[in-house]
Write a protein that binds this ligand. Structure first.
Ligand code: ATP
Length: 344
């Protein structure tokens, strides 16, 4: 059995079946990220694991022990919230040692653990400050420190970076990755941020409407999505998914039999924009986004198909320019009418 085993987990809010029989195996030391669109159930699933919501069906086993209905305090898990949830009148030091004091841990051991966590998180010089005397990023580190000192079996993070600005988000993300490398602690992390999911996760769990759509490493999900939903959810900009009847015959005729009536999926890096007349697919530029290291070019074709191309070079193109598209069909994903992947 896996270190943390979810089996047939169910959650109802009144009539709403928010979590629909979820099975998931998490190994010791893994960094798992739950992603999915708003309302898919990722926070609820985390809260069920944390013991903050009652599990209505199925079982949850941690390290061989059934904790399905164990109170939160007896689960040996530590949760880090988006809102930090620090005690405003206590110092950083007191915030970090609070849970251990409650548990009547020897003060000497407490001090060692707090000092150690503060060192790992670069908080040593702030231990006597109160939360309001800290920046957002420092507060989030205190919240993480408070979890670390408890040496829990599993760390649970609920969108921990969403209150930080872009630069700090990036920086704190790297710190969390390093922390995981150093501590090797089993971690479950909820986010709607693609980059966090792709860079932090050993395994990404894509949720939709209370069910798991796919579990895989970040690159497995990117390269071999199981269906159109995962294909379009993972990757920025989104994969181009175009109905076969809107692509030129030279491309559509390469589709496998199962994809008839379905669609073709192409990552933006597998579409490139050429000078007009050089390929059978003509189009017009709608928008150019020059991001510095790369350029995104949005093109529509005469029959209404829309594509975004990602190119490393700067193009000199402008909205309204006539162009041709070079489509690398060898890299295409093919979808049937139900949005499932069809093997080429
Ligand atoms: P977001 O990214 O917007 O935070 P999420 O994927 O975390 O979304 P959840 O918050 O888990 O989604 O919600 C899943 C479903 O359960 C939604 O339909 C939501 O409305 C419902 N839900 C969540 N919490 C409650 C609650 N306390 N009472 C009633 N319904 C709830």
């Amino acid at each position: 059995m896996a270190y943390l085993q979810l089996q047939g987990i169910e959650k109802f809010f009144g009539e709403n079946r928010a979590i629909k029989g979820i099975d998931l195996s998490i190994e010791k030391g893994e960094f798992i990220v739950f992603v999915g669109p708003s309302g898919c159930g990722k926070s609820t699933l985390l809260r069920l694991i944390a013991g903050l919501e009652h599990i209505d069906g199925g079982s949850l086993v941690l390290d061989g022990k059934d904790i399905t209905h164990a109170p939160s305090s007896k689960r040996d898990l530590a949760m880090v919230f988006q809102s930090y949830a620090l005690y405003p009148h206590m110092s950083v030091y007191e915030n970090m040692c609070f849970a251990l004091k409650l548990a009547k841990v020897d003060p000497k051991v407490i001090d060692e653990k707090v000092q150690n966590a503060a060192r790992i998180l670069n908080l040593t010089q702030y231990l006597q400050r109160t939360p309001k005397e800290l920046s957002g990023g420092q507060r989030q580190r205190v919240a993480i420190g408070r979890a670390i000192v408890r040496s829990p079996k599993v760390f649970l993070f609920d969108e921990p970076l969403s209150n930080l600005d872009a630069a700090l988000r990036g920086q704190t993300r790297v710190e969390i990755a390093k922390l995981h490398r150093d501590l090797g602690a089993t971690t479950i992390y909820v986010t709607h941020d693609q980059v966090e999911a792709m860079t932090l996760a050993d395994k990404v769990v894509v949720l939709r409407d209370g069910v798991i759509e796919q579990v895989g490493t970040p690159l497995e999900l990117y390269d071999r999505p199981a269906n159109q939903f995962v294909a379009q959810f993972i990757g920025t900009p989104q994969m181009n998914v175009v109905p076969l009847q809107q692509v030129p015959a030279v491309v559509a005729q390469q589709a496998p039999a199962g994809a008839v009536g379905g669609a073709i999926g192409l990552r933006p890096e597998n579409v490139s924009v050429r000078s007009t007349g050089s390929t059978p697919v003509s189009g017009q530029v709608d928008l150019v986004e020059a991001l510095g290291a790369e350029t995104l070019i949005y093109v529509s074709t005469p029959n209404g198909a829309q594509f975004v191309a990602r190119q490393n070079e700067r193009t000199g193109l402008h909205a309204g320019d006539a162009v041709s598209l070079d489509i690398d069909a060898s890299q295409a994903h093919w979808f049937d009418t139900a949005g499932r992947v069809v093997a080429a």
